[in-house]
Write a protein of this length. Sequence first.
Length: 249
Amino acid sequence: MEKINTNYFLEAEGLILGYHKAAPISQQPIYFKIPFQSVTALVGLNGSGKTTLIKSLIGESVLIDGSLKCFSHSIQSLSERDLSGLIAFVPQEPVYPSNLKVKHFLELAFLPQSHLFGKLPSIESTDCSILLNSLNLIHLLNKTLNAISSGERQRIFLAFAMLRKAPLIVLDEPTNHLDIQASRGFWKSLMHAKSTRPMEILISTHDLNFVEKECDWVLALKNGNLFFSGPKSVFFSEKWDEKMISTEG
């Protein structure tokens, strides 16, 4: 697919989200545009529709009406293969083969780029070392996934997504099950890894401290409806009721 240059990498027009047409979760159509070179936060209380919006991005059948474009391509019209080439997704609770070594798990990220029955590239190659160093993963490569901490596993799932070299990384509450120290380590690693190559990042999160410090753009949901889309500076200048946007504190 040829990438078409516009001012926005993600555009939503008239989205109605839901799992059944008769009972949409969004009562008002959702419109937003996210500019290039953004770290975008998707915020809102549990049940506000964040995960459903993310599901619409990764091609799941939750889009009742409207259009969603990623890098000027209609998500609804893309094949699963083409969509996976645009968006790499890190779910809140990834499923993983617990007894597999980290290096062998990460090498599976190359499968979409490899010929059938072809040998997968080595994760220990020079080409991968910059990313793995940025995420502090080199020392974990020979350990199994069940022998490391939750915070280390989340960094590995992030590395897996980044190794696919999709231009957009989407993360669904990646620090939800981590303690404060592990969460800080994950955010630090994410921003360090971002500096290694150009990419867009969309993150669903309750961590408003991270949003205020590192994000550029904010989408805020309540009861399935979008009530804010814009620059971080504008979002934090508004006097929102904290109960609308965060479960923390």
